[in-house]
Write a protein that binds this ligand. Sequence first.
Ligand code: GLA
Length: 340
Amino acid sequence: MKAELKKITQNGIKVFEIENDNGMRAELLSYGAIISKLFVKDRNGNLVDVVAGYENEDDYASDICYFGALVGRVCNRTAGAKFSLDGVTYELAKNDGNNHLHGGVEGFNKKEYSAEIVGPASIKFSRISPNKEEGYPGTMTVSVTYTLTNDNALEIAYEATSDKRTPCALTNHSYFNLDGDFESVLDHEVFIDADKMSDIDEELIPTGKLIDVKGTPYDFRKPKRVGKDIGADDRLLHIANGYDFNFVLNDGGIDDVRASAYGKKSGILLQVFTTKPCIQFYTGNFLSGEKGKKVYKKQSALCLETQNFPNAVNMPSLQDVVLKAGELYSSKTKYVFSTK
Ligand code: GLA
């Protein structure tokens, strides 16, 4: 096991490295609490970096893809970039047309965190998000702890408290290609334990309606090639240019496999465990040749973002994402790797 400060970049970003006893290792940044590298073993025992990102850590400052980053205060889209709480309407930063996306213009992905080594292969990043940051009420203390375990899990534990009621829904935005070549994820096999998915409008905002995935291109209840139905002539696939949808997880919890993705070339299987009720399955449809460790073309990577119902703050019937003053927000996601 290892957890150490590896280097400090020209712009002052601290790069940490954690490693388990099997040689699986991750690099984590004090900027954006970003997972910049994640090396896991393929079926031949060779280490493969399965996440998208930049070779030069200082390049994350101009990233628009949220590669590997902590996303908050509220991930995904908030319609009209506003919500009402306790009789007050709060205007949020608009950074996706008329809407608010992934915490705003300078969300949690663009901030510097203080870092602490908290275990043999564990780093905790923390920060205070001031009152009115990107429009959100309350001063919020947020932390995310990344831990590698010897059963080849990368555990992500989120915590937050606020001095005022405020919405809070954190996620991590890692883009995976389990073959590590970042050519295409269309041959990856994906499983999602969800009978239902959120319908969306032309602006990718959930309408509030849930769609039964049975018999649709959105049925991943058995592992399915991503490319099998991605080109189907279906309204939602046309709007999103691929998969970019909120899947509502069936009953279960942190001990159940909620989703998985498999790279046939490497034999690497990623299994997702989470306390969250939903997963955004996104096939990197907006990627357009960004240059980083690799060149990231459209659909060269995929995201399985564990989350709450998107836009829940405007649809209280779906799920409450409001953190009460003085209460602890706590959620956990595990990305577990094996080969087959
Ligand atoms: C999320 C969204 C996508 C896109 C990406 C960032 O995954 O669901 O629509 O905005 O983030 O490019």
